[in-house]
Write a protein that binds this ligand. Structure first.
Ligand code: G3P
Length: 218
């Protein structure tokens, strides 16, 4: 399973990369705004900076919601660096644009996916990645992990190569759950990646090993 970090914060991306387990980065307009990145030139420059840190896919999201706008913006984003995946929302105009951009060889991450039917549409249009937002599904009283299972099963049945990316991850538990469900990728907030390392029995066990060593070795 690939691990992406879901942030536009350069320090966090560098720290995640230093851990040696980072495969890519996802951003969205909210995460860019959180970093105070405004204006198209600055936004594109920020994407370039992220791409230069990460040896893997970096998702950069379009703002346009009409076919022509999404296609134009998608081409611009894809030209920033070769590891850009263009994030396109799951709307009718978005699906049409996914088909066009995919046919041009631009890799697409279809975002804001909340049903297996939407995932199927994105795969049919040629998306490289679909992003079901499992935390937001959970928020509505439905089961986000079950949605991952359904999408994985459909893609396996029909042989779609589209990767399933578990997005809107909210807790460390989501990671093993989505891994077990067959997700190809999980994108996590930086804090959630850090939380994955912790287990109290590891700390207790390590302390005992070191104390026992010191008792006999001084
Ligand atoms: O990758 C999408 C993610 O950033 C959304 O997360 O927590 O805003 O639902 P959240």
């Amino acid at each position: 399973m690939k691990f992406f970090v879901d942030t536009a914060n350069i320090d966090q991306i560098q720290e995640a990369r230093a851990l040696g387990i980072l495969d890519g980065v996802t951003t969205n307009p909210s995460l860019m705004a959180k970093e105070g990145i405004t204006g198209q030139d600055n936004i594109y420059e920020h994407y370039a900076n992220i791409c230069d840190i990460v040896n893997g896919p970096v998702s950069a999201e379009v703002i346009s919601t009409d076919f022509d706008g999404i296609v134009q913006e998608g081409r611009e984003l894809a030209s920033i660096r070769s590891n850009i995946y263009v994030k396109v929302p799951m709307i009718k105009e978005g699906v049409k644009a996914i088909k066009q951009l995919s046919d041009e060889g631009i890799r697409i991450n279809c975002t804001l996916v909340f049903s297996s039917a939407q995932a199927l549409l994105a795969a049919k249009a040629g998306a490289a990645i679909v992003s079901p937002f499992i935390g937001r599904v959970d928020d509505t009283g439905h089961d986000g992990v079950q949605l991952i299972e359904q999408i994985v099963q459909i893609f396996d049945t029909y042989g779609y190569e589209t990767e399933v990316l578990a997005a809107s991850v909210r807790s460390p538990l989501h990671i093993p759950q989505t891994a077990q469900a067959g997700a190809d990728i999980a994108t996590c907030p930086f804090q959630t990646i850090n939380d994955l390392f912790y287990h109290p029995l590891t700390d207790i066990g390590l302390e005992k090993f070191l104390n026992d060593y010191k008792k006999v070795n001084g």
